[in-house]
Design a binder for this molecule. Structure first.
Ligand SMILES: Cc1cc2nc3c(=O)[nH]c(=O)nc-3n(C[C@H](O)[C@H](O)[C@H](O)COP(=O)(O)OP(=O)(O)OC[C@H]3O[C@@H](n4cnc5c(N)ncnc54)[C@H](O)[C@@H]3O)c2cc1C
Length: 486
């Protein structure tokens, strides 16, 4: 195990730190390939010194920050929005999948995910479903995403985490290879730098990892999972009352006139809001989340699709009243895939589908491989089933194929995520939790969902605390499976 120097310790001294910081600026734009020399930390005012700094306040980031704080760390949490939750709140996505083994018989995940679900359910703001027919996949939880914002606020405040809302992380100050000294943010107070002993990138897009010069990878645009702008709509009950055959599936067909080139949509009631329905029916393919122009175009494109879907619903299923209406559009395009870190291990589809076990397990799950292709969707289940829905773009014909990807046989209890998949290669004091983990296309299809990201966040927070306390390098700070059920 490597014992580390503490860059903020009195022993090193402020002067030495500044010198190493200057060296870092050179490194960030040369040897480490920092991506924009103009984004250096030089002019940034100090915004405080912490043990752990987490960039990105999704559930992953909040759970990382609160876990580290619970271990006695002074923690900073940087979030560009003025609320926590990431895709769950900025993207309106309201489902956490099963915390049970594949046959539904045993709880395999607890931790903060279970705690938050229980708190929301106690207020009638999360709906829990049992594992029907012995199937884990039925045991999911719908929640009210506005209420989730409040729960995350509460966790962060109770945990004593210092929050920087409205703050975009823009640059990393690297003081020696693999070691970040300060994270530079821009917020209403200007350009400021947060010094910390350890950093966790929970930005989804790997902004910190990439700007600190660690190696990352991303599939070509056309191979990225497609993105979806979600919305809250009203009027579904009225439509169904007048048109018992109403279904959102009908709107995806060419005959609806909505002019979509994809087939998959899903919707869900919003707990606590009986008139409101969550709807995920748009699709933006070949959009690179690290390219601002792609995101701008993607937002325009998705909002136009949403408008056409609602217009088609009211044309094909007319009512006497206001019909289907959009009550709220998610402020952000829901991003399914972006940069991945080059980790100490890349999880493969075979690892996931065979339920491979690791000595450094940090997360367990059963959610299926779920790949949103440009025009359709593909599922692979741990129990060997396979399901695919594709649209022939020339004829508009929708093809559904059900089958098996392997013969019947013994099923794994769950799959696992190893700690190594969230440790960037060459990292001394940086981890990256959430959807940016290192996983191939098939493994990623399963591991990207929130119950898995939440566990990665908790593990990263615990690992950061361990690294700081015991002066360990990131690869040596495996904290155990901290989100195991109590
Ligand atoms: C339409 C859609 C439907 C989905 N359906 C489900 C589902 O039903 N169930 C499920 O579990 N998963 C679902 N997923 C997947 C899941 O939501 C995401 O993979 C997961 O939420 C990713 O979490 P994350 O923490 O890695 O990233 P994110 O949720 O993207 O969070 C990143 C956070 O970092 C912040 N941030 C980013 N960059 C910066 C920066 N430079 N500075 C400061 N802050 C920054 C963001 O504002 C955000 O809060 C869906 C995804 C989409 C898009």
């Amino acid at each position: 195990m490597r014992q580390l120097r503490d860059p903020l310790s009195p022993g090193l001294g402020r002067r030495a730190f500044l010198v190493s910081g200057a060296a870092a600026l050179a490194a960030a734009s040369t040897a480490h390939g920092g991506d924009d020399p103009a984004r250096t930390a030089g002019a940034a005012k100090a915004a405080g010194e912490f043990d752990v700094c987490v960039v990105g306040g999704s559930c992953t980031g909040v759970f990382a920050a609160v876990r580290a704080a619970a271990a006695g760390m002074r923690v900073a949490l940087v979030e560009r929005n003025y609320f926590f939750g990431g895709t769950a709140t900025a993207g309106f996505v309201p489902v956490w999948h099963s915390l049970f083994s594949l046959d539904g018989s045993r709880r395999i995940v607890g931790g903060y995910t279970q705690k938050v679900i229980e708190r929301l359910a106690a207020r009638g703001l999360a709906t829990l479903h049992d594992a029907k027919d012995g199937r884990s996949e039925s045991a999911y939880c719908f929640f009210n995403t506005a209420a989730l914002q409040g729960e995350l606020d509460r966790m962060v405040k109770e945990g004593g985490v210092r929050t920087f809302f409205g703050a975009s992380f823009v640059a990393a100050e690297v003081d020696r290879p693999g070691h970040v000294a300060r994270a530079v943010i821009e917020d209403k107070s200007g350009r400021r730098a947060i010094a910390a002993k350890f950093f966790i990138d929970c930005s989804g897009d790997g902004d910190l990892v990439a700007r600190a010069g660690f190696e990352t990878w991303m599939p070509p645009r056309e191979r990225l999972q497609a993105h979806t702008l979600c919305a809250l709509v009203t009027g579904v009950d009225r439509l169904r009352k007048k048109h018992p055959k109403f279904s959102f599936d009908e709107l995806m067909k060419p005959s609806s006139g909505a002019r979509l080139n994809h087939v998959f949509q899903w919707w869900a009631p919003v707990p606590g809001c009986p008139e409101t329905t969550f709807l995920a029916a748009t699709r933006v393919a070949a959009c690179d989340p690290t390219n601002a122009d792609d995101l701008t175009h993607g937002m325009f494109e998705a909002r136009e699709q949403l408008g056409r879907i609602v217009a088609a619903a009211n044309r094909v299923f007319p009512t006497d009243g206001p019909g289907l209406q959009v009550a709220a559009v998610a402020p952000e395009l829901g991003l399914r895939e972006s940069r991945h870190l080059c980790g100490l291990y890349r999880v493969t589809g075979e690892d996931v589908l065979s339920g491979r076990e690791y000595p450094d397990v940090i997360a367990k799950g059963t959610y299926r491989v779920d790949i949103h292709e440009g025009k359709g969707i593909k599922f692979r289940y741990l129990d060997g089933r396979e399901w695919e829905m594709l649209q022939d773009l020339s004829t508009g014909e929708i093809k559904v194929r059900r089958g098996r990807w392997r013969p019947e046989g013994p099923n794994p209890e769950c799959y696992q995520v190893p700690y190594r998949a969230i440790v960037p290669k060459g990292s001394e004091n940086v981890l990256a939790a959430g959807r940016m983990l290192d996983a191939d296309r098939e493994a990623y299809g399963a591991l990207r969902v929130m119950v898995n990201c939440n566990q990665m966040g908790e593990a990263a927070g615990a690992a950061a605390a361990k690294a700081v306390k015991e002066r360990l390098a990131a690869p040596d700070a495996y904290p155990g499976f901290v989100s195991a059920p109590a």
